[in-house]
Design a protein around this ligand. Structure first.
Ligand SMILES: [Zn+2]
Ligand SMILES: [Zn+2]
Length: 588
């Protein structure tokens, strides 16, 4: 079982415990463990095989460690199978619909035999939910709306899907007269790969401006429903199911609010602790003198003398900290570094000198080589790698040696016509089932850059998949391992693979790992990029563009790289061309 599967089983078990009305500490312990396992770079299966002590994993105690071992050994969690005999698993989905929750989901199942979201919808439409405590007609209608949102949300949480919706909304609000500032906070600002809902904060010049901003917000064409609207706070649901909250405020407390609503919760808790140690207290309204204990229950606005609130920068400064970039605010050790003035200077889009992963019409791309090349010049790149597919991916029109030779004739011409950029002749070579590569050694040697990827046989066991990839990256001509886990966000978990072992092999062989910037992939994930960085690997951020437009997908990769604390030194395609060439040559 992969870590993702193990995590899902623990999460389901926690859901069922919650419906059963189990002790909330126990439920939380399972949820915490599920999250940790999901993010763990080491495969639990491999740890068990090595006889490792699983209680060394954070949030994993003895009871959960035993369950993990049982799952690895048998492929199932016996207690989960037992519980799911009593409570159908579909009830856990019903529980996730807003307005339901575990108690109502349980009641709906016991009273009305509702064991799926579809059943819930049918019952609400038929007016049958009235049998549940506190359910009038209006509430049934709300549940129907929430079911719709639930369905959309389950599918549409990727940040790459949300960006094109939120950016124009923010632009529209910024265009309102008297809107001095409009920012998105929350996990969207931290650029997490998936986002639940959106928090917007705005500064209005005066009351009239505040009213105008609110009117523009609730009247925005993409708004499906206005959930609430007041002087300082409004919330809407957009047509794509996303809920957006807007808070309009004065400039005075904007920094404190932005800090508070950006989170993460863990980062904020740690910040508040630092404030207390300095005899201060931090709220969404500002940083104040005194520890605020006397102000408990009173308006937080009025307790103690204000120290800072206007900007985030001031607040960090008064706490004796460097400004922490939003992408780093996850309580992963950033505050300790900020206290010492040692935060890394994160990579930005402007640092990139090239894109090392793209396709042309020679395989499944939509643009010609010349078009891709001109687009890369327009984007200010010094170099680019053209990396069409190899022949194993027949549906993409992948290239064999003969077709590659013909492609090179075209490349000679296009290079001569476009002196503004250096073209690296590459290929995205398929890793075959046995770990060998889908191109002859003779051609692998001739290529400037060799990317390798898994595009098939996702179902291999952990051992087979790991051995297959280790063998591939150990080939002396290989330079970059692309989308190393094969996951598709919201659609497919990655294949079972021991990433640590793969990283070790990449390190031993001078191979970089890719952070594939495609909004569907973002593979490696931030957590896995952190592991790669700690292993001392170079990371290549590639768009995997199949069209000119997709070359602009780079920002999403940069966002995730920043979440993993990468600096330009860590990123292969932020290095000057001569350095890249040295890396590709592996000291030969
Ligand atoms: Zn690929
Ligand atoms: Zn590709």
């Amino acid at each position: 079982m992969s870590n993702a599967e193990l995590a899902r089983h623990l999460e389901l078990f926690a859901d069922l415990l919650e419906i059963e009305g189990e002790n909330r500490f126990k439920i939380r312990a399972y949820r915490n463990a599920a999250r940790t396992i999901y993010d763990l770079p080491e495969q639990v299966e491999a740890m068990v095989a090595d006889g490792a002590d699983l209680t060394q994993i954070p949030s994993v105690g003895k009871e959960i460690a035993e369950k993990l071992e049982a799952m690895v050994a048998t492929g199932e969690l016996p207690q989960l199978s037992e519980l799911s005999q009593k409570i159908p698993l579909g009830v856990t989905e019903v529980m996730r619909v807003k307005g339901m929750g575990p108690k109502l989901a349980e009641a709906a199942w016991r009273e009305l035999a509702i064991d799926s979201v579809d059943e819930l919808e049918r019952a609400a439409k038929a007016g049958k939910l009235g049998a549940l405590p506190g359910f009038g007609e209006k509430r049934q209608a709300t549940i129907l709306k929430n079911i719709e949102a639930y369905r959309k949300n389950v599918e549409r949480l990727r940040i790459g899907d949300i960006d094109p919706v939120i950016a124009p909304l923010v632009a529209a609000l910024r265009a309102v007269e008297g809107a001095e500032r409009v920012e998105v906070a929350g996990s969207y600002r931290r650029r997490r790969e998936t986002v639940g809902d959106i928090d917007l904060l705005a500064i209005a010049a005066d009351d009239a401006a505040a009213a105008a901003i609110t009117a523009a917000f609730v009247g925005y064409p993409e708004v499906d429903e206005v959930l609430g609207s007041g002087d300082t706070r409004s919330s809407v649901r957009l047509r794509n199911g996303l809920e957006v909250d807007l808070r309009v405020m004065e400039a005075e407390s904007f920094g404190a609010a932005l800090l508070y609503f950006t989170g993460s919760k863990a980062h904020n808790v740690a910040l508040r602790q630092i404030a207390l140690e300095r005899g201060l207290h931090l709220t969404e309204y500002g940083l104040f003198e005194g520890t605020g204990a006397e102000g408990e229950g009173a308006s937080p606005k009025s307790s103690g003398k204000l120290v800072a609130s206007r900007t985030e920068e001031e607040i960090y400064e008064k706490l004796g900290l460097q400004y922490v970039e939003p992408e780093m605010r996850e309580d992963r050790g950033e505050l300790a570094l900020a206290a010492k003035g040692q935060l890394p200077t994160l990579v930005t889009l402007a640092d990139l000198r090239g894109d090392l992963h793209m396709h042309s019409t020679w395989s499944d791309g939509k643009a010609s080589v010349a078009e891709m090349m001109r687009a890369c010049i327009e984007r200010g790149y010094e170099y680019m790698a053209l990396t069409d597919h190899s022949k194993a991916l027949a549906m993409t029109g992948g290239l064999d040696e003969e077709k590659l030779a013909r492609q090179w004739e075209e490349l000679d011409r296009v290079v001569a016509e476009n002196p503004g950029i250096t073209l690296l002749r590459g290929m995205e070579v398929d890793i075959l089932k046995d770990g060998s590569l889908d191109l002859s050694d003779e051609w692998l040697e001739r290529l400037d850059i060799v990317l390798v990827s898994v595009h098939s046989h996702f179902g291999l066991s952990l051992e087979e998949q790991t051995a297959r990839i280790v063998k591939a990256v150990s080939h002396p001509e290989v330079n970059v391992l692309c989308h190393p886990t094969g996951r598709i966000l919201g659609a497919r978990e990655g294949y079972a693979v021991d990433l640590q072992e793969v990283f070790d092999a990449c390190h031993a062989n001078g191979v970089a790992v890719e952070l594939n910037a495609s909004y569907m992939r973002l593979d490696l994930s931030d957590v896995n990029v952190i592991a790669a960085r700690k292993r001392g690997l170079m990371v290549s951020i590639g768009t995997d563009a199949h069209s000119v437009k997709e070359l602009d997908g780079m920002q999403l990769g940069i966002d995730q790289a920043r979440r993993a604390w990468l600096t330009p030194e860590h990123v292969l395609n932020a290095r000057p061309l001569d350095e890249v060439r040295r890396f590709l040559a592996k000291g030969r």
